[in-house]
Design a protein around this ligand. Structure first.
Ligand code: SF4
Length: 385
């Protein structure tokens, strides 16, 4: 039967179809093709300190990290890779600069992938045949990771600086060396610290190859600036379907990178939304301290793993509307809060009881969601005023 349009516009859930990329397998995580966009980070410990590195990987895993990269600048680090790769519960990628011999060590150690940087691993070019064979035999993918700060000197001379064209040419040149040996188990990144150049580089790259792309704004800066830069750049690309795995680079603990990365994906509906707090910015009409309320509710629900949406609104203008749209919400006024569950007012409580009531109701809804087998994630909370 043909559906009759009643003129009601449909609401898109995604902004664009994903670009069709080849799929590679990074350990247990598929990257590219129709695999969900994954979130990754990098440890900050000395890799040779196996205990500290595994501890940080465990923290990253707990925060939702799906793939982790470890630096490998010395033989001691290379020697640690086998234990780390075996004991980590998420795939481990070895990050290799300058020393081709560590690429072989990482493959032998059972790393899920190896990252090489064409800009500072030039001796590597005449070893591509051997590396392609070793990687192919072990089914280890290679990430060609071009970085503006270490662009191949030949291209720097040709383009004068790290332009999008230079970054892309560097990556595709390196890929072509592997392709000559029939190796295409590759993903690519072309990172720059300027989101405008980075976005343009990835756009050009996406149009010129079908390799899965690892998105990153390199050296994005401290947490606030880096979060904004990454959200803007990743948003511009992911909203066009470009990007298969992401790494937010912050001068902050790596678990923060995961939080930001996951929030970016959730905001674009590229990942199951978890706890979502819809809270108003407050204004002269607010009859309750919205900031405090939103913070207390967020803190109280920290760690929830179901997709709960909680609305915290400061007054009755938008409050009831937003609160009704959420799984749970409060609309405040006259020293009281109307508590909504699934669109129905279930009770009105004094202002002093709003937080505890919301948390109590959220836990009940979360329990029911878990019983009903709602995909794990975190709940979403909206607070209106
Ligand atoms: S919900 Fe009310 S308090 Fe909050 S911003 Fe809107 S009008 Fe202001």
């Amino acid at each position: 039967m043909t559906a009759i349009s009643l003129g009601i516009p449909t609401v898109p859930t995604r902004l664009a179809e994903r670009r069709k990329s080849r799929q590679i397998q990074v350990g247990t995580v598929a990257v590219g093709g129709d695999a969900p966009v994954s979130v990754q980070s990098m440890t900050t410990t000395r890799t040779s300190d196996i205990g500290a590195t595994l501890q940080q990987i465990a923290e990253l895993t707990a925060s939702g990290c799906q793939i982790v990269r470890v630096a490998c600048p010395t033989q001691d680090d290379a020697d640690a890779l086998a234990v780390i790769a075996r004991k980590s519960s998420i795939p481990v990628i070895a990050d290799i600069h300058f020393q081709p011999k560590y690429v072989f060590a990482a493959i032998d150690a059972g790393c899920a992938a190896v990252r090489v940087n064409p800009g500072n691993i030039k001796q590597f070019d005449d070893k591509v045949k051997e590396i392609a064979k070793a990687a192919s035999d072990a089914r280890t993918p290679i990430r060609i990771g071009v970085n503006a700060g270490s662009l191949d000197a030949r291209l720097l001379k040709k383009y004068g600086r790290a332009t999008p064209e230079a970054l892309v040419e560097s990556a595709l040149w390196e890929a072509s060396l592997f392709e000559e040996h029939g190796f295409r188990d590759i993903k690519i990144s072309v990172k720059h610290n300027d989101p405008v150049i980075m976005v343009e580089a990835y756009r050009q790259l996406a149009a010129q190859c079908d390799y899965p792309l690892h998105l990153g704004v390199t050296e994005a800066g401290p947490a606030f600036q880096g979060t904004i830069k990454s959200a803007v750049a990743f948003g511009a690309l992911l909203s066009q379907g470009i990007g298969d795995t992401i790494r937010v680079s912050l001068s902050a603990p790596p678990a923060e990178e995961i939080k930001v990365g996951m929030q970016i994906l959730e905001s674009l509906n590229l990942r199951q939304r978890r706890l979502e707090i819809v809270s108003c910015p407050s204004c002269g009409r607010a009859q309750v301290d919205v900031y405090k309320l939103a913070e207390e509710v967020t803190a109280g629900l920290d760690g929830m793993t179901v997709p709960l949406r909680v609305a915290v609104m400061g007054c009755v203008v938008n409050g009831p509307g937003e609160a009704r749209e959420a799984d749970l919400g409060v609309a405040s006024g006259n020293g009281k809060g109307q508590i909504f569950v699934k669109g129905e007012v279930i009770k009105t409580v004094p202002e002093s009881k709003i937080v505890e009531t919301l948390i109590e109701e959220a836990l009940k809804i979360a329990e029911q969601m878990e019983k009903d087998g709602v995909a794990s994630g975190e709940p979403s909370v909206a607070i209106a005023g």
